[in-house]
Design a protein around this ligand. Structure first.
Ligand code: C5P
Length: 225
């Protein structure tokens, strides 16, 4: 039997990636965190494609597309993103990348560049992919679609603790502002905005633990099957 294709979209810091990773392990399928791709391109742009004032130059970034290699390698039980053979899993979580990623992600050229990478991973089924436009644009015919939400207070607390656990510097007010600003840009952009697919199941996990959210998703998967 073909393994399922599951799309998980939602607001920043609703736990999409960590929840998807555990569900992937339980179902024996692959997990792809598409936010890592947008963060990876943003990291690359900040390193290599700035103008004389230090701002990201989009033309320089687009000219670099042919030399950017994006690879997911298996590291223990995780798929880890390598940009041009460099493991940047920690670098892509910094405040600098978080502050620029939604600007990069709203560019049509960037979204077009990353679309095929995402779709090719789902081609043979057996994947849970999390992001903002997976159920609406990347995999519109996914077998299952979920949309996660939670209050801004709860999401701020989770992201702040996640950054501290990674050993990164974090200020709670800045974390909150960044989440609000990214959600605004992601929801208002013209191309592939963050929005719930009509056929997605919405789960507000403000008052749910990670394992309760996972249980809820698994319950829906069984019910639909
Ligand atoms: O998931 P994460 O918070 O790491 O995503 C970082 C940013 O990447 C989002 O705020 C959004 O701007 C962009 N993104 C996107 N489409 C996706 C996944 C992420 O635009 N499918």
């Amino acid at each position: 039997m073909k393994k399922p294709v599951i799309a998980i979209d939602g607001y920043s810091s609703t736990g999409k990636s960590s929840i998807s990773k555990i569900i992937a392990e339980k179902l024996g399928i692959v997990h792809l965190d598409t936010g890592a791709l947008y963060r990876g391109i943003t990291w690359f742009a900040l390193q290599n494609c700035t103008d004389k004032d230090g701002n990201i130059s989009l033309p320089k970034l687009y000219d670099s597309f042919p030399v950017i290699s994006l690879e997911f390698k298996r590291d223990e039980d995780e798929l880890v993103l390598y940009v041009n053979q460099i493991n940047i899993s920690k670098e892509i979580r910094t405040a600098e990348v978080s502050d620029h990623v939604s600007f990069i992600a709203k560019q049509k050229e960037v979204r077009d560049f990353l679309l095929e990478t995402q779709r090719s991973i789902a081609r043979n089924g057996g994947v849970i992919m999390d992001g903002r436009d997976i159920g609406t644009v990347v995999l519109p015919s996914a077998d299952f679609k979920f949309f996660l939400t939670a209050s801004i207070e709860e999401r701020t607390r989770r992201r702040y603790e996640e950054l501290l656990a990674l050993g990164l510097e974090a200020h709670i007010d800045q974390v909150r502002e960044n989440l609000i600003e990214r959600d605004r840009i992601d929801s208002e952009r013209e191309i592939s905005p963050l929005k719930k697919a009509d056929d997605a199941i919405e789960i507000d996990n403000t008052n749910l633990s990670k394992s309760q959210t996972i249980e809820s998703i698994l319950y829906h998967l069984k019910k639909i099957n």
